[in-house]
Design a protein around this ligand. Structure first.
Ligand SMILES: [Zn+2]
Length: 420
C-alpha cells in the first residue's frame, strides 16, 4: 500500500537565493494572472474554459513575444505547474458538489507565494541540512527544527531522491521517495515542504478500545468516557495584540518602510497563532489515535456552518453576531484540521475513524433512546424527559456518536426519530 506524507522545514536561503526565489514567484504570479485573464475572456465570449494543454500552448507563444522575453529566464516546470493548478482550480469550480470559488488573481504580498519543484530525483538532490534546487538556485540550507524536538531523522540515502525518515519515535525508520518539493513564503519566512511517497504494510492498531467524540465550543472535545479536552483559542490569545498592531498600521503612510515593517509584524503574529494551534491539535489527535482503535466523530459541515452566519443580501442570516462568534471559535480551534489529523493518524496505526451523521446526537437519550428537544435542558445539561437520565450534554453527544458508529459498523444504522 502506497502512502504519502509531507515534511515541512524552515528554509534558509542566502540573500541572493531569496532574491532569485522572489523573481521565480513573480514569474509564476504573472503567468497565473495572465492565463486567468485569458480564461475569463474566453468565458465572456461564451466558450468553455480551456484545459491545461491549451494553456501550455499559450505559455510557449508568450515566451516568443519580445515584451515577455523575461519568461525565457523563468523556471518553465514551475510555470507549467501553475497552469496545472489553474486548470485544477477551474475544474473544482465547475464541480457542483465542491461549492468552490472560481480562481482569483494573485496579488504580490497578498497571496501566498509558492514555487513547486517537480520530478525531485531528476532535478533536485537532498543533503543533510541542504537541498539542491534547479533554476539557478543551487544548494539551499534548511533547518531540521522538527528533528531535534521530536527526534525525527530526515536523512538522504545513497540513492538520489530517496530519504530515510521516522514517522514517530516508536516506529523504525522508513525509506521513501521524494516526489516533489514546494518552497513557500509564510509570514516573511521561507519554508520548504517535501512530499514523500512510501510503501507500508497495513498495520494492526495496538489498542482494542473505541471512543466517541463530541466537538463543541465550550469544550473543544468531549469523549464518551466523560473526559473533556480544552482546545486552544490561539487567535483569541493574540487578538488584542493583533488589533493593536493593526491600529498602528493605520497611522503609517501606506507603502512606507514603517508600514511594510508593521505589515510584516502582523503577518508574523498570524503565523505564530497558526503554529501554536497546529501544535495543540497534533498533541490531542496523537493522544487519541494512540489509545483507541476506533474513533467516532460527527460529520460537522464546518464550511456550511461558517457560511450561514452572514446570509445573503436578500436573506440576511439570523442572530448574525452570536453565530459569527461561534463560527470564529470553530474556525479558531481548527475542527477541520483536527478531523484531517485523526483520519491520517488512524490510518497510520491501522485504526479507524468513523464519521457519523450528526442528527439529534445532542437530543437523544443514550439510556432509553428517547428523542426530545426538551432533553437538552441548557447548553451544558442533558435531562431525559422519559427516563430521567441526567448528565453533561457534551458527554451525551459523544456517547451517541459512538453508538451510531457501532451501529453503522455492524450494519444496523440507528433509527433517527423526528424531534417532538
Ligand atoms: Zn432516557
Amino acid at each position: 500500500m502506497k502512502r504519502q506524507i509531507g515534511f515541512k522545514y524552515r528554509l534558509d536561503p542566502t540573500p541572493e537565493q531569496a532574491a532569485r526565489l522572489r523573481v521565480l514567484a513573480g514569474h509564476s504570479r504573472f503567468v497565473w494572472n495572465k492565463a486567468l485573464a485569458e480564461c475569463q475572456a474566453t468565458r465572456e465570449r461564451g466558450e468553455s474554459v480551456p484545459r491545461y494543454n491549451t494553456m501550455a500552448g499559450w505559455l510557449t507563444a508568450w515566451k516568443r513575444q519580445p515584451d515577455l522575453a523575461f519568461l525565457t529566464e523563468a523556471y518553465t516546470d514551475n510555470l507549467q505547474q501553475k497552469l496545472r493548478d489553474l486548470d485544477t482550480a477551474w475544474q473544482r469550480y465547475f464541480a457542483p458538489e465542491l461549492d468552490a470559488e472560481p480562481p482569483s488573481f494573485k496579488k504580490k504580498g497578498k497571496s501566498r507565494d509558492s514555487i513547486r519543484f517537480v520530478n525531485f530525483p531528476k532535478y533536485c538532490a537532498l543533503g543533510h541540512r541542504e537541498v539542491k534546487l534547479p533554476a539557478g538556485l543551487g544548494w539551499v540550507g534548511f533547518r531540521q527544527s522538527r528533528q531535534s524536538r521530536k527526534r525525527r531523522p530526515f536523512l538522504p540515502t545513497a540513492e538520489r531522491g530517496q530519504v530515510e525518515f521516522a514517522l514517530n519515535r516508536e516506529m523504525p525508520p522508513t525509506v521513501g521517495k521524494i516526489k516533489n518539493c514546494t518552497v513557500g513564503l509564510d509570514g516573511g519566512d521561507w519554508s520548504i515542504s517535501f512530499l514523500i511517497e512510501y510503501e507500508v504494510k497495513v498495520p494492526t492498531h495496538p489498542a482494542v478500545t473505541a471512543i466517541g467524540l463530541d466537538m463543541g465550543v465550550a469544550h473543544f472535545v468531549t469523549d464518551s468516557d466523560g473526559k473533556h479536552y480544552a482546545g486552544r483559542n490561539s487567535f483569541r490569545h493574540i487578538e488584542r495584540r493583533l488589533a493593536k498592531a493593526q491600529r498602528r498600521l493605520k497611522h503609517k503612510a501606506k507603502f512606507s518602510q514603517n508600514w511594510k515593517t508593521q505589515k510584516a509584524r502582523i503577518a508574523r503574529l498570524h503565523h505564530r497563532a497558526a503554529c501554536a494551534r497546529c501544535d495543540t491539535l497534533h498533541q490531542l489527535s496523537t493522544r487519541l489515535s494512540k489509545s483507541h482503535a476506533m474513533i467516532a466523530i460527527e460529520d460537522l459541515k464546518v464550511a456550511n456552518m461558517t457560511a450561514s452566519a452572514k446570509g445573503t443580501q436578500e436573506v440576511p442570516g439570523k442572530r448574525v453576531k452570536q453565530k459569527a462568534g461561534l463560527n470564529k471559535a470553530i474556525l479558531d480551534q481548527g475542527w477541520f484540521e483536527f478531523r484531517r489529523q485523526l483520519a491520517y493518524k488512524q490510518a497510520w496505526r491501522g485504526g479507524l475513524l468513523e464519521v457519523v451523521p450528526p442528527r439529534h446526537t445532542s437530543q437523544t437519550c443514550p439510556e432509553c433512546q428517547h428523542v426530545d428537544a426538551g432533553n437538552r435542558v441548557t447548553q451544558a445539561r442533558f435531562h431525559c424527559q422519559s427516563c430521567g437520565y441526567s448528565t453533561n450534554a457534551d458527554v451525551v453527544g459523544a456517547r451517541n456518536v459512538l453508538a451510531r458508529a457501532h451501529a453503522h459498523l455492524s450494519g444496523r444504522d440507528a433509527p433517527v426519530a423526528p424531534v417532538k
